[in-house]
Design a protein around this ligand. Sequence first.
Ligand code: PMP
Length: 398
Amino acid sequence: MPSHLMAVYNRADVEVDRGEGVWLYSRDGRTFLDCVSGIATNSLGHAHPALVAALHEQARKLWHVSNIFRIPGQEDLARRLTQNSFADVVFFGNSGSEAVECALKTARRYHAVNGSPERIDIVGFAGSFHGRTYATINASGNPDYLKDFGPRLPGYEQLRIDDAESIEAAIRRPTTAAVIVEPVQGEGGARALSEQWLRHVRRLCTENGVLLIYDEVQSGMGRTGKLFAHQWFEGLAPDIMAVAKALGGGFPIGACMATAEAAKGMTFGAHGSTFGGNPLAMAVGIAAFDLIAKEETLANVLSVSAHLREGLERLAADYRDIVEDVRGKGMLIGVKLIPNNREMMATARGHGLLVAGGGENCIRLLPPLIMTIEEADEALVRLDATFAATRAAAAKVA
Ligand code: PMP
């Protein structure tokens, strides 16, 4: 049967039906251990009872109103986000891309109202991912995502993480508005930036009046064992931050968070969204936030991710012909492979395990933050079987 969907996704042959906790069930009766979690989104697992209850309760009261009215849930979620971070103010959208868009606009606007409208340049990094809108593909600079969409937008450049000289020159340039960086690169292959690197860039930005934007769409909301990944380091807060994915536990929400100073250009009429921060999203977001921010949840991320990591290192030692490197932070884990990662994802599905792809030929494991040690062991057993099957198939070809 011909599909009436735009063919932009390379979809796996799994027609999903329902989910519960770490498990995902397909229409044809297969059961998968889900280490994709909607790509780091369903962080409390599928169909978490507290989220289901929050959604039901709100659905009976009020689904949607325009932002021309006051939406109490927005104040409640914004209070939680600001009380637990560097930020003073929040703008709610519906996705990671929108959160990043708002961050980019906030940065340029800041300089415009500060009397420096020439400061428009956004400095990003190779291997980053910031979304699929025009601004965000320009901020990431991945040529595959820019191809055939006309000229690049002015004022965006990407540097290599290890090109210290160019980074310093770019931040010192008087036309630079902001630096945008993922403290742990997600799509690029689960690469955690070092404290030293982040500290250097933070210092350069502060010294030169350049705003620092963290894209914590993937690394935020508990994924690394802190509410936000940059909170692993003292004194390394950004001026603006994009958050999404796990913020809604599977319900579409994005948030751009900023200091009052950085947001001073975002005055009446500067930005907006029809659906952003709608009552349904806020009800689920509040329930998700309260569970994710709990000490027990974050402690679980640390203990289960350490267990997973240990098991993965063991597998890496057993399968030197398959695994090149294990990397990442907390439950944002990358396994850099020697065989093709896309084929490995398919083999893993054959063994009832869902893993995501990533840059540098990685597979990524992004399990729900509530995963138990037993479930982590099951994931390792299934990955072991996946690697064994890959090795056996390679031996057959040879
Ligand atoms: N930033 C980062 C770091 C991401 O990982 C993603 C999504 N993978 C985005 C932005 C874009 O988010 P969305 O797909 O919700 O627009």
